[in-house]
Design a protein around this ligand. Structure first.
Ligand SMILES: C[S@@+](CC[C@H](N)C(=O)[O-])C[C@H]1O[C@@H](n2cnc3c(N)ncnc32)[C@H](O)[C@@H]1O
Length: 241
């Protein structure tokens, strides 16, 4: 079963221009199977058909690696904001060897992600239970990359990410179909938070399973406001709206 899924995964990633070796494919599918298994006792995903989950979770989590503005690799650091069952953080860690901190406010999800990390032997990844607004107040080093998939509107994510990134650090947003309004709000929030748009690339998942956009922002200057704002304010009074 796993070997069929590994082949499917490698083929679909290759179609997106992403090379995945046999060892990486094996780890990525083992993570997916751990998620599907854990999903029997807690809510991590609605997608439980393994072949669909390969596309909609694993391939989807890795599309940013096809973007020319992303060169995440060993020695780089990243934060996965709102990791859920480890998407995209565990997938990116397996594919790149980068040092990742996977963050979620739900303790049960973080415990599950820690189990997955231990089981897969991913020593460069760790998971912590925290609100994203509180993360910059902890003594974490400024990050090379911050990523988020399916967590909040782009302007909110830009506000969460700005104080986590080092100068020239990159924010990777994975979106289905952002509206013109969402994009305009993000643009204004980026100006306030000291971020600049780098690129916006579109991808199609196999068999019309989904249209995706990977939007990159770069931290280029200090924020015009003090960040982070208090917990909850980013969503209650979103920047740029
Ligand atoms: C829809 S899930 C997506 C999970 C995962 N990124 C994925 O693509 O499967 C959104 C996750 O973000 C987390 N989240 C949302 N807002 C958060 C915040 N302010 N701080 C920490 N985690 C947050 C939620 O607990 C949830 O696990």
């Amino acid at each position: 079963m796993n070997s069929v899924l590994e082949e499917q995964l490698r083929r679909e990633l290759e179609d997106q221009g992403i090379f995945c070796d046999a060892c990486q494919a094996s780890l990525l599918i083992r993570h997916l199977m751990l998620v599907i298994d854990k999903n029997r006792s807690m809510n991590l995903t609605r997608i439980t058909d393994p072949a669909d989950a390969v596309t909609l979770h694993v391939v989807d989590s890795l599309l940013s690696l096809a973007c020319s503005g992303v060169s995440l690799s060993v020695g780089d650091s990243f934060v996965d904001m709102g990791t859920g069952g480890g998407f995209p953080g565990i997938c990116l860690g397996i594919m790149t060897g980068a040092r990742g901190l996977l963050v979620d406010s739900v303790g049960k999800k973080v415990l599950a992600v820690r189990e997955f990390i231990d089981e897969l032997g991913l020593h460069d990844l760790s998971a912590t239970k925290m609100r994203l607004e509180e993360l910059p107040l902890m003594a974490y080093e400024p990050q090379d990359y911050v990523v988020a998939r399916a967590v909040a509107q782009s302007n909110v994510l830009i506000e969460y990410a700005a104080p986590l990134l080092k100068n020239q650090g990159i924010l990777i947003l994975e979106k289905a179909r952002p509206t013109v309004d969402e994009f305009n709000h993000a643009d204004k929030a980026a100006q306030i938070c000291g971020m600049s748009l780098v690129s916006r690339e579109t991808f199609e998942l196999r068999d019309a399973l989904g249209h995706r956009e990977i939007i990159l922002y770069r931290k280029t200057r200090p924020s015009r406001i003090t960040l982070p704002r208090k917990v909850g304010v980013a969503k209650q009074k979103p920047l740029g709206e």
